[in-house]
Design a protein. Structure first.
Length: 276
């Protein structure tokens, strides 16, 4: 007998903005793998189309249904891309938005910086998929343990992969000598231990020599070495002048040289939370 949680999960989707270009195809490949891992449907989104686009998108959905057995819907509205996409994610109970990118631009037809600026307004986490072939396996998920309270969002989302996809969660531990950092990390570790043990999440602690400010580089290198399915980061909601010139932490992670997909979570009060 299915539980109410299992019944609710049947309504979940992965949302993929699709514009018939190579970057959209990379996102679609990853989205299909995610859909199979989480046992969700797919939502294909194309903004401001013409009649020929409607036919091509329907054909693409039919191909996915026939070849992968995934429930797939198409939505082809006209209007503001960001507003429509975020509203559609909410309406369709999409748990993730998947976006393809190269070093300059994304499958949304925007520069990478503009894409990130737009997606920082999303209450739905989004996976940034770099061009090229990927592992398409979510057997291993990686994130850095930080000292801020918002780090608990990463802990929670990693637990979804652990509980639903049976992923192993690799928690990268930076060196911390400052008492302020130590206290914050200790608090987050306690929350992580409590959640992961209660949910029977398989996890591994990975110590690195880097400090809290440079641990992401070491974690991405480690992610590459184990062919991790995703590296989880929090977005920078209030970039400063240094971020503008040098690149914010989330922007730098997305452009990582290892082509590791990066799952971005916006730390906000109304962040989409799975009910499983």
């Amino acid at each position: 007998m299915t539980t109410s949680h299992e019944e609710h999960r049947k309504k979940w989707n992965i949302l993929i903005p699709y514009y018939f270009d190579p970057l959209s195809d990379f996102a679609l490949q990853e989205g299909i793998a995610l859909s199979k891992a989480f046992e969700t449907g797919l939502v294909l989104f194309h903004c401001n189309p013409d009649e020929s686009v409607k036919k091509r998108l329907a054909e693409k959905a039919g191909h996915i249904i026939a070849n992968h057995g995934i429930r797939t819907e198409c939505f082809i509205p006209s209007g503001n891309q960001a507003e429509l996409m975020f509203a559609l994610a909410h309406k369709t109970e999409s748990i993730l938005i998947v976006i393809g990118h190269d070093c300059r631009s994304s499958s949304l037809g925007l520069s990478l910086r503009k894409t990130l600026r737009m997606m920082r307004k999303s209450r739905t986490p989004f996976l940034m998929v770099p061009e090229g072939l990927h592992n398409k396996s979510f057997r291993d998920i990686v994130y850095c343990m930080g000292f801020q309270k918002t780090e608990k969002e990463k802990i929670l989302w990693a637990s979804y992969f652990g509980r639903i996809c049976k992923s192993r969660i690799h928690v990268v531990m930076p060196k911390a000598s400052d008492q302020f950092f130590k206290t914050g990390i200790r608090s987050n570790l306690q929350a992580m231990d409590k959640l992961y043990n209660a949910a029977e999440v398989d996890f591994k602690m990975v110590a690195v020599e880097a400090n809290v400010h440079h641990a992401a580089d070491a974690a991405l290198s480690y992610s590459n070495s184990i062919q991790a399915g995703a590296f989880i980061v929090l977005t920078t909601l209030r970039p400063d002048i240094f971020d503008f010139f040098g690149g914010s932490d989330d922007f730098i992670a997305i452009r990582n040289k290892f082509s590791v997909p990066v799952l971005c979570i916006n730390p906000r009060d109304d962040l989409y939370v799975l009910c499983n």
